[in-house]
Design a protein around this ligand. Structure first.
Ligand SMILES: NC(=O)c1ccc[n+]([C@@H]2O[C@H](COP(=O)([O-])OP(=O)(O)OC[C@H]3O[C@@H](n4cnc5c(N)ncnc54)[C@H](OP(=O)(O)O)[C@@H]3O)[C@@H](O)[C@H]2O)c1
Length: 201
């Protein structure tokens, strides 16, 4: 397999750390996070995203596992809190694509993170459900707009094995193993599909 230059945004998080360790043996990984990684970038700032891509230059694939949202009681959810998901998980990831498309190599790919909450809401997560839905709509639309063979997909797991703190909020869901999550991302990055919402299980 060709060695790829892969940007992982959210590389210091639960999903990101696992994906870095799974992919770094065979590929050049650029680890990006708000406060850590090889490069610091805040996805809520278009200026910060632009600086990220100027610094990295051309690349083959971008994986985003960065999707901040408000998680908490409905009674505390207001305009200000809701914007965490809008500026973060939704516009942050959309701007990674809108800006990154000018730097990505032909036939490159974008893989964004959503989650089962799009279709299966749980208490405390309305902000993530809404942001996921917007990102998934964007993925389907961007797939028919992106030029030069550039592909885009989203990975949409339910709660994952390495996040036991969230298990009580997902009653009845069998946690997705980290291996299944990894292979969902592999399907997007190394496969030929585009506009897909990949549901690892
Ligand atoms: N964990 C689960 O069970 C699960 C299941 C389905 C979907 N999801 C979704 O998957 C995504 C990642 O989950 P996770 O559990 O891996 O989260 P996590 O452990 O909290 O990690 C989030 C990562 O994103 C980075 N990040 C956060 N805000 C950022 C910003 N404004 N700019 C740049 N980077 C930022 C963090 O870096 P800093 O620490 O430097 O901010 C960190 O590297 C979330 O959107 C979540 O909704 C999670």
């Amino acid at each position: 397999m060709k060695k790829m230059k892969i940007i992982i945004v959210g590389a210091t998080g639960t999903m990101g750390k696992y994906l870095v360790s799974a992919l770094e043996k065979d590929h050049e990984i650029i680890r990006v996070a708000d406060k850590g990684g090889d490069i610091k970038a805040d996805i809520t700032s278009t200026e910060s995203i632009e600086n990220l891509f100027k610094h990295v230059g051309a690349f083959d694939a971008l994986i985003s596992t960065a999707g901040p949202t408000y998680v908490g009681p409905w009674k505390n959810l207001n305009d200000k809190e809701f914007r965490k998901g809008i500026e973060g998980k939704m516009m942050g990831q959309i701007n990674l694509v809108l800006i990154g498309q000018h730097y990505i190599n032909p036939k490159g790919s974008f893989t964004l993170i959503t989650g089962a909450l799009t279709d299966e809401p749980q208490l405390n997560f309305a902000n993530a459900s809404a942001a996921n839905g917007a990102v998934e709509g964007f993925v389907r639309a961007a797939a028919i707009e992106l030029q030069n063979g550039i592909r885009i997909n989203a990975v949409s797991p339910t709660v994952i094995e390495n996040s036991p703190q969230y298990f009580p909020f997902f009653p009845g869901d069998i946690p997705v193993t980290m291996k299944a999550l990894e292979f969902g991302f592999r399907k997007s990055v190394f496969g030929a599909n585009t506009g897909q919402i990949i549901k690892p299980n």
